[in-house]
Design a protein around this ligand. Structure first.
Ligand SMILES: NC(=O)c1ccc[n+]([C@@H]2O[C@H](COP(=O)([O-])OP(=O)(O)OC[C@H]3O[C@@H](n4cnc5c(N)ncnc54)[C@H](OP(=O)(O)O)[C@@H]3O)[C@@H](O)[C@H]2O)c1
Length: 248
C-alpha cells in the first residue's frame, strides 16, 4: 500500500470507465460520484430519492463532464429481479461497467440488542449486506467483461470492532468484510476483478449528524479528504490489490 502515500490521481484516471455509485445522493456517495466524474468516468447514480440524485446529475452536467445516469432503487424493498433489471439497463444504455462503489447505508438508530426486533434486523441486513452482494452478482457479467473492474464495499469501525448498541448495523458491516474476503478469494484467478473494503472513519455527513448529534462538524474530516483513497481504489493504480480492508 506504499503506492497510496501522497497519492494524487491523474485527471484522466477513470476516462472511458463506467462506475456505479450507490447512495450517491448525499454524503460520501455524492462526493465520490462527483470526484469520479471529475476524473473522467461516466457515473451511474444510484439512490432512493430522485431529487437528490438529480442535483448530483446537474452538478456533473454543469462542470461539463460525461453525462451521468440516474437509477433509483429502494434497497430495503428490492428483490432479486430488481438488481438484474438495473444491470440489464446498464448493459443496454452504456454497454459496460468497470466499477461499483457500494456506499449506500441505513442505520435505524442505536439500541441494546434486547430492544431490537427481527423486522429491524431484516431491514438492516437487507440494505447494508444483502444489497451489495445481490447488486455485485447481478452486475458480474458486465464486470467480468471489463479489462480492469474494481468493487469497493464500505464498512465501518463498528463492523470491524463491534461494540454495544450498534447491533444489526455492526453485524451487517462485519458481514461485508467477510463477503469481501470470500469474493476476493473466489476471484483470485481473475486478474481483471478486485474487491476491497474501505472504512471511512469519522466523516462529516448527513448520517453522522443523526448518529453523533453532539459532534462539532467542522472538526470532522470532510468527504473530500477521503477522495484520493476512493480514486486510488477505483482506478488502475490499485490493480492487483484485492481482499484488503483499508482504513481512510
Ligand atoms: N460518515 C461517517 O462518519 C462514516 C463512518 C463510517 C462508515 N461510513 C460509511 O460510509 C458510507 C457513506 O456514509 P455517509 O455518512 O455518507 O452516509 P449517508 O449520509 O447516510 O448517506 C447514505 C446514502 O445511502 C442511501 N440509502 C439509504 N437507505 C437506502 C435505501 N433503502 N435504498 C437506497 N439507498 C439508500 C441514501 O439515499 P437517500 O438519501 O436517497 O435516502 C444516502 O444517499 C456508508 O456505508 C457508511 O456506513 C460513514
Amino acid at each position: 500500500m506504499d503506492k497510496l502515500k501522497n497519492y494524487s490521481a491523474p485527471k484522466d484516471l477513470l476516462k472511458d470507465r463506467v462506475i456505479l455509485v450507490t447512495g450517491a445522493g448525499q454524503g460520501l456517495g455524492r462526493t465520490a460520484a462527483l470526484s469520479y466524474a471529475n476524473h473522467g468516468a461516466t457515473v451511474i447514480l444510484h439512490g432512493r430519492k430522485v431529487r437528490k440524485l438529480e442535483s448530483v446529475y446537474d452538478e456533473i452536467e454543469s462542470i461539463g463532464k460525461e453525462q451521468a445516469l440516474i437509477f433509483p432503487l429502494d434497497l430495503e424493498r428490492a428483490e432479486e429481479k430488481d438488481y438484474f433489471t438495473l444491470a440489464h439497463a446498464i448493459a443496454q444504455q452504456l454497454g459496460r461497467l468497470d466499477g461499483i462503489l457500494h456506499n449506500a447505508t441505513y442505520l435505524l438508530g442505536l439500541s441494546p440488542l434486547e430492544q431490537q426486533t427481527i423486522e429491524q434486523w431484516r431491514i438492516m441486513l437487507q440494505v447494508n449486506l444483502i444489497a451489495p452482494f445481490a447488486l455485485t452478482n447481478a452486475c458480474l457479467p458486465l464486470l467480468k467483461a471489463s479489462t480492469d473492474a474494481s468493487v469497493i464495499m464500505t464498512s465501518s469501525t463498528h463492523g470491524h470492532n463491534p461494540s454495544a448498541y450498534w447491533g444489526s448495523f455492526a453485524v451487517a458491516k462485519a458481514g461485508l468484510e467477510a463477503l469481501v474476503k470470500i469474493q476476493a478469494d473466489e476471484w483470485d484467478q481473475m486478474s481483471n476483478l478486485r474487491v476491497n473494503t474501505v472504512i471511512p472513519g469519522l466523516v462529516n455527513s448527513p448520517q453522522r449528524v443523526i448518529t453523533h448529534p453532539g459532534e462539532i462538524k467542522q472538526k470532522l474530516r470532510q468527504p473530500e479528504d477521503l477522495m484520493s483513497m476512493y480514486l486510488f481504489l477505483m482506478g488502475a493504480d490499485s490493480k492487483g490489490i484485492s481482499g484488503q480492508t483499508i482504513y481512510c
